[in-house]
Design a protein around this ligand. Structure first.
Ligand code: MN
Length: 447
């Protein structure tokens, strides 16, 4: 039944395969394609009778048996479609980017004849990322549910973390050949005046650092700082989703739409919308209540010297080392340094307690140097160890983010041994790009 498939497509324009029915095979293929079109979704296809029976799954499959994922039956696709990865031109049916996300074999349970008219269909999948027993249940018309059965695979991690092609290893951005697909408007717009930096230069910067930046910011709710008329015309924060263009993820919290970046296209689409500075949450979107990083922001008061600031950073590291907490350093791109501590299995309440106790320990150990007292008049020339950052919903500037301050500087991950050499506002975009050739100082952050 490939008539609908062929009718919807103009094969002079799209590179998708022309629909021809194949002969029946004994072993049956399946594939899942991640398809970013008008909406972001996954296409789940099962070979049957020489065609691919096809379902669009808005949220993608889930290994959690409690998740019932809506699967909308769409037109049959030709078997060759299981090899398709690439771009469907804008304006064509399904225009967007297609990634081959998984493939392999499938079979109906007990070799029963699967009923694609009425369901339910119980089957086993033997893919690289998707395995085990699954059920498709029909609700009404074209709407079905895809449900993971309980088996030895149902406790697998969140499979949405796979964001590269199973066939070519490419990200969505690489498949789309980003120098685009996102149409950068006003590339010559001046964002910084001194030195002059254009929107296009910032766009290109993020394109280059994305491979290091994405693993650290993906799936974290973000807020961004925008400067639609360049920084001299003012900046503002943006923390709510505005339009769904398929490049960003959306999370509803208490009725409000927050958003997150999934891949390079997400960052670039934000730059296109004049967001040049990125701030991230300390927890990921699938587990918002449990932070996986603590952030200590050592930002000096007016009269504190750089030497004293660095002393503070070193003293904090000493305390963290004493408690066997691994820590990572970055410049803020402004006046301070940030110390990041990966953490697991705690709540935000506990995160706040730990941070407060660390700040208290520092002020107890070196009372002449540090205070954990939030009241400004109690500080008296001492350095304030800011422990209040680690609460649910607080954000801190993302690694590799540009800062929209007077000088165009980057919040840059550096090695601990570089603390005395690199000032908080030393790293420019071109310096950051040069540094990508060095070993990633945060390589093992989440290991
Ligand atoms: Mn699709």
């Amino acid at each position: 039944m490939l008539r609908d498939y062929n009718k919807k497509r103009n094969f002079n324009k799209t590179k998708e395969p022309i629909g021809k029915k194949s002969k029946k095979h004994k072993t049956l293929r399946f594939c899942i394609q991640h398809h970013i079109a008008r909406k972001d979704h996954y296409d789940f296809r099962l070979e049957w009778n020489g065609v691919l029976k096809s379902f669009a799954i808005p949220k993608g499959p889930s290994y959690n048996p409690k998740d019932k994922r809506l699967a909308i039956m769409v037109e049959d696709h030709p078997l060759d479609y299981a090899n398709f990865e690439g771009i469907i031109p804008k304006g064509e049916y399904g225009g967007g980017t297609v990634m081959l996300w998984d493939y392999g074999k499938w079979k109906p349970i007990k070799n029963t004849e699967p009923d694609f008219k009425n369901g339910p269909i119980k089957f086993e999948i033997m893919g690289k990322r998707i395995k085990g027993l699954w059920t498709l249940v029909k609700i009404e018309e074209d709407n079905w549910l895809l449900i993971k059965d309980i088996d030895e695979y149902h406790l697998y991690n969140n499979i949405n973390k796979f964001n590269t092609s199973i066939k070519t290893g490419r990200t969505m951005a690489e498949i789309a050949d980003i120098s685009t697909s996102i149409n950068l408007t006003n590339p010559d717009k001046i964002i910084f005046d001194n030195p002059k930096i254009t929107k296009e230069e910032i766009f290109n910067y993020y394109k280059v650092v994305a491979s290091r930046m994405i693993p650290l910011i993906k799936d974290r709710l973000i807020s961004t700082v925008r400067a639609p008329g360049g920084i001299k015309n003012g900046t503002f924060y943006k923390k709510h989703m505005e339009n769904i263009d398929g490049y960003l993820g959306c999370k509803k919290i208490k009725g409000e739409d927050y958003y997150y970046i999934k891949d390079t296209l997400g960052i670039l689409s934000e730059v296109q919308m004049n967001s040049y500075e990125f701030h991230i949450w300390g927890s990921i979107v699938d587990d918002l209540n449990h932070p996986d990083i603590l952030v200590f922001d050592l930002d000096p008061d007016e009269h504190l010297s750089l030497a004293k600031l660095r002393m503070g950073v070193k003293d904090l590291k000493k305390i963290l080392d004493e408690y066997n907490l691994k820590s990572y350093l970055k410049t803020s791109g402004g006046k301070g340094y940030h110390i990041i501590v990966p953490i697991a299995g705690i709540t935000w309440r506990e995160a706040r307690m730990i941070s407060k106790n660390i700040a208290k320990l520092m002020s107890a150990k070196w009372p002449e140097k540090y205070t954990s007292n939030i009241k400004k008049n109690k500080r008296k020339g001492k350095m304030f160890i800011d422990w209040q950052r680690n609460i649910k919903g607080s954000t801190s500037v993302a690694p590799y983010s540009l800062r929209l301050k007077d000088k165009p500087r980057v919040s840059m991950p550096i090695k601990w041994s570089e603390l005395d050499k690199v000032k908080p506002d030393d790293i420019t975009m071109s310096e950051a790009i040069k540094r990508l050739k060095n070993k990633n100082p945060w390589e093992d952050l989440f290991s």
